[in-house]
Write a protein that binds this ligand. Structure first.
Ligand SMILES: Nc1ncnc2c1ncn2[C@@H]1O[C@H](COP(=O)(O)OP(=O)(O)OP(=O)(O)O)[C@@H](O)[C@H]1O
Ligand SMILES: [Mg+2]
Length: 277
């Protein structure tokens, strides 16, 4: 989707001066997690968030999802002020898939719909459809502990998709998947974007995944994070694997790497023997 000609009524998520810290100032465990962040995310857009470990990406996602009350600022989702979870508007795929271990995969999916208030008559169809989408039909009656890490992540994705919300928050949803499955699911997500006007905020550490999926990529600085730069990808969905070999893809990926490199250096530095090993 092109980011030109966007109007205010097409804004799905509006972040107004959100900043957050954990613990009281003066306390040894006080952490400034996120610097003041302001940004609009449009309907039908996939915004990728990328930045060094600990820079506040999950914190920002938790604020948007209504799971964390920010120290400063606020967020509007679909025109409503966020002050708690909004199960009709927002589905969340967590960094650690949050499946109930004592429920089977299909029970986990049904429970999500139950909490959201989806009519019981729709549960079976939606559960089957979303299980099919992530290739877990045969594992519907398995417990999370009987699945591999990647399968659990796909199950968490199925649960979020079954809710059919206008906004999807995804925190490194494909992090535990092998590269091939990750690419195929990325293609599927791009098809989903081309078919619906879902708004997706997607945290990733993969430069390639960010460029392949995103309409815009917000690059964070090191902690306390702030949005250092926003890069437009400007390529129609659904994107094909051939996009990954295009000159534009390589150029954007390199641009992202340059922006991130210095920020990551502020966080980690094994090479300098700074740690004394
Ligand atoms: N519940 C919490 N209590 C105290 N500090 C926290 C809490 N959650 C996060 N933090 C701190 O806030 C900072 C940002 O954390 P956050 O989880 O947002 O980072 P992130 O960008 O998602 O990192 P990663 O890429 O490693 O997932 C970190 O320094 C972390 O230690
Ligand atoms: Mg995180």
């Amino acid at each position: 989707m092109s980011m030109q000609n966007q109007t205010v009524d097409q804004v799905a998520v509006s972040i107004h001066g959100v900043a957050h810290h954990f613990g009281e100032s003066g306390d040894a465990k006080h952490v400034k997690a996120l610097q003041e962040t302001t940004m609009d995310i449009y309907r039908g857009e996939l915004l990728a968030l990328i930045g060094p470990s600990g820079c506040g990406k999950s914190t920002l996602l938790n604020v948007i999802g209504g799971l964390l009350n920010p120290a400063q600022g606020h967020v509007d989702v679909c025109g409503k002020r966020v002050d708690g979870p909004m199960p009709h508007e927002i589905a969340y795929v967590f960094q650690e898939n949050a499946l109930f271990p004592w429920n089977t995969i299909i029970e986990n999916i049904r429970l999500g719909m139950l909490f959201q208030g989806v009519a019981k008559s729709e549960h079976e169809d939606r559960a089957q459809q979303s299980l099919k989408a992530v290739g877990l039909m045969e594992f519907a009656n398995h417990y999370p502990g009987q699945l591999s890490g990647g399968m659990r992540q796909r199950a968490a994705l199925a649960r979020a998709l079954s809710l059919d919300t206008p906004v999807l928050l995804m925190d490194e949803p494909f992090g535990a998947l092998d590269e091939q499955t990750r690419m195929v699911l990325g293609e599927d997500l791009s098809v989903l974007l081309s078919r619906t006007r879902k708004t997706i905020i997607f945290v990733t550490h993969s430069l390639g995944e960010a460029v392949f999926l995103a309409d815009r990529v917000a690059v964070f600085s090191a902690r306390p994070g702030r949005i250092k730069q926003v890069i437009n990808v400007d390529e129609a969905h659904p994107r094909k694997p051939s996009f990954m070999t295009a000159e534009k893809f390589t150029r954007l990926r390199n641009e992202l790497y340059d922006l991130l490199h210095d920020e990551i250096r502020k966080t980690v530095d094994l090479g300098s023997r700074g740690g004394g090993f």
